[in-house]
Design a protein around this ligand. Sequence first.
Ligand code: PLP
Length: 351
Amino acid sequence: MYGIDTDGPATRGDAVDLRSDTLTRPTPAMRRAMAEAEVGDDVYREDPTVNALEERVAELFGHEAALFVPSGTMGNQIGLRLVCEPGQEVLGDADAHVLTYEMGAAAALFGLSSRTVVSEGGRLSADQLIAQVRPHGDWHLTATAAIAVENTHNRGGGLVQPLTELERLFAWSRTAGVNVHLDGARVFNASVASGVPLATYGRLADTASVCLSKGLGAPIGSVLVANAERIAAARLWRKRLGGGMRQVGVLAAAAHHALDHHLDRLATDHEHARLLAERLGVDPTTVETNMVVVDDVPAPAVAEAAKAQGVLVGQVSARRVRLVTHLDVDRDGVERAAKVLTQVIGDLAGH
Ligand SMILES: *Cc1c(COP(=O)(O)O)cnc(C)c1O
């Protein structure tokens, strides 16, 4: 079902690794596709597999052009730089990956200022952001050039952004001369969960970075999409940052394979996450995609005790653990993790 590889997921000893969906390993079929890839020098734009991937992803998201980059961080930061000049401001939510987990890159590399609004659980509110936008042309103010949106929201526990809010924000941004950047590291999960086409999410952003190395299970790679003029500029930024790559058709082949075989099956990861929540007594309405957030537990102790029994979990804070389902965790693994975690959390609560 779901077009999953017939030769099944890669194995990982016998641990169930729920720390992140970045931890997937290329399946045997993906490795074969990589081995057989046609390649060329991508800096010369002569890698046919990369060129085809860029065309494919641009089309998926309804944009003119795309650029293959080594990481989501590079995709996001180049994306922001395309729509924001030094001294201008990126506005986003306080938990946004681009402003939280990318090591201050927008400021350190590009001189971009940033400002945040605190949103509840990462949920986008167009009004809240619009109210904070600072206009261009004032001789005191830092102009807001771009708004960054994240879908699904990582620190929001895999939350899918409401389409109506995305639409409202984008429509307003057209009237205000502000650009929208989408951090779509997990936009594939968002689309599978909501049924909203990727092209719809794509047309609600001026620049978007999407990851092939999260739930889709490629070993590396993200793609930045935008109009042709911006992608031409992005190509220069990528080279300047040391992200010009050579015979990376081997990596693009993994990405093609992931799009062919691992996109629809994200529904299975979502089903697994709901199952985990159910077993652990977590409110199922908090689980929209492939993440389960367990609050009010001693996170380091839970992680350590679970690890001793072959279940790895992420620690988000002292009292919060995160479980992420993915390609390398099957139904048996989910059941085993649920059993171990129920016992571990129960034991620790009893002390
Ligand atoms: C993982 C992730 C990224 C990109 O991370 P890289 O490790 O640089 O590929 C960007 N945004 C979000 C929301 C993410 O979860």
